[in-house]
Design a protein around this ligand. Structure first.
Ligand code: PMP
Length: 438
């Protein structure tokens, strides 16, 4: 039996101090540092199933799941077996290999894309998709939505300028204004803003990129027909529609977000980006789409793109094992576990008088600390961050590791069993009261 978080995290605190001396902020990806919620990030020593164990021996139910990838839970025996066997044959050859062909076939079979190219991160996938769209169309302008995150691609680290349909400004130092001069940022779920931006700039737009269903401002599902409207608008104007399924792919459903809308509404994105689940916990990502567009890519076409570790045999073996094990039963299990947690959130938050809104797409959901529908980034920003901070720490103390930011999806896995779910349910009432008092 695991005990939930009773030991003071002195080991984590010591490691965090050491890490801060040699690494900016002590972490290798900012949100891990707890900057938004304060406190000491836990240094995790091992993970199994639904549980993380920190260096002090505390166990936590994992509601981050490595920010999405661990669809089957940690250390899944069959994934481990496949990876161990692959490692025994060497780890990287810099030549074509068997598992990358098999993973490409699996992805092409499951999704509406014809050809796929592997890369090592979601950032690389979106960066490459945008380069390809520009190369294919011979146009430069990109449209993105406020609150959608596509990795740290220079041209996408952009925020809206002073008015609608004006060119963007950078959202971080280090990106020259010129690099976002061809990026337009509009509000999500807003058909008028979409029409306005294409009316003014349509002939220059190479591509519109969107999260297939945003999960990086909390979960904000596309309004019914919104993704179809994006696809249709792009086609009318000769622009490519890039659906970023790095988070939703093989996660929101077996066929990602497209399986929840495009498959029924009868449209396909020109390009899709994938990451997270398809790497089975290893650094692997991909972009793919229409054969005529993908054929523009080097060495078949002139648009350059490459990678030393792209299609790495260990990563593609892990991804292939994960996708093959991700049966309908796994998605049904995650759905059911999510329903139980959502119902308990509703009950305990209501009892505590805590404003809240739960939003979901397929198996993905998040909780906003405000009332009322959240349709876009402005809506997502109008939530109580102090309430989330109090909630987060109360849950952590009770042995539940939530994302250390109010703007994130809560991820579950096929390994979140009754004991893990019960630990979450037991922690909720006190956390809801702490949040209400914040
Ligand atoms: N696109 C989306 C939708 C994402 O959620 C992320 C990462 N959270 C990325 C792209 C970037 O992926 P990576 O962190 O692997 O570069």
């Amino acid at each position: 039996m695991t005990s939930a978080g009773p030991v003071s995290p002195t080991g984590s605190a010591d490691l965090f101090a050491r890490a801060q001396r040699v690494t900016p902020g002590g972490v290798n990806s900012p949100v891990r540092a707890f900057n938004a919620v304060g406190g000491t990030p836990r240094f995790i020593r091992s993970a199994r199933g639904a549980w993380l164990t920190d260096v002090d021996g505390n166990d936590y139910v994992d509601l981050i799941c490595s920010w999405g990838p661990m669809l089957l839970g940690h250390a899944h025996p069959q994934v481990q077996e496949a990876v161990t066997e692959a490692v025994s044959r060497g780890t990287s050859y810099g030549t074509p290999t068997v598992p990358e062909v098999e993973l490409a076939e699996e992805i092409v079979t499951r999704t509406p894309i014809e050809k796929v190219r592997f890369v090592s991160s979601g950032t690389e996938a979106t960066m490459s998709a945008i380069r390809l769209a520009r190369g294919f169309t011979g146009r430069d302008t990109i449209v993105k939505f406020a609150g959608c995150y596509h990795g740290h691609v220079d041209s996408l680290l952009a925020q809206a300028g002073s008015g609608l349909a004006t060119h963007a400004v950078t959202s971080t130092p280090g990106v020259p204004e010129a690099f976002v001069a061809e990026t337009l940022v509009i509000p999500y779920n807003d058909p008028q803003a979409l029409a306005a931006v294409f009316a003014e700039h349509g002939h220059k737009i190479a591509a519109l990129i969107t999260e297939a269903a945003p999960g990086n401002m909390g979960v904000v599902p596309p309004l019914p027909g919104f993704n179809k409207l994006l696809a249709d608008t792009c086609r009318e104007h000769g622009a490519l529609f890039i659906s970023d399924e790095v988070m939703t792919g093989f996660r929101a459903s077996r066929q990602g977000q497209w399986g929840l809308d495009g498959a029924h509404e009868g449209w396909r994105p020109d390009l899709i980006t994938f990451g997270k689940v398809m790497g089975g916990g290893f650094p692997a990502a991909a972009f793919g789409g229409r054969a005529d567009v993908m054929s523009r890519l080097s060495p078949e076409g002139p648009v350059y793109q490459a990678g030393t570790l792209s299609g790495n045999p260990i990563a593609t073996t892990a991804g292939l094992a994960t996708l093959r094990l991700a049966t309908d039963e796994v998605y049904d299990h995650i759905t059911a576990a999510g329903e139980t947690i959502k119902a308990a959130v509703t009950e305990t938050f209501t009892a505590a008088g805590l404003p809240h809104r739960i939003q979901a797409t397929g198996t993905m959901f998040s909780v906003f600390f405000r009332d009322g529908e959240v349709r876009n980034f402005d809506d997502a920003n109008a939530q109580s961050l102090p309430a989330y901070t109090a909630f987060f720490h109360s849950m952590l103390d009770a042995g539940v590791y939530l994302p250390p930011s109010a703007y994130e999806t809560w991820f579950l896995s096929g390994a979140h069993d009754d004991r893990a779910i019960q630990t979450v349910l037991d922690a909720l009432p006190a956390a809801a009261r702490a949040a209400a008092a914040a």
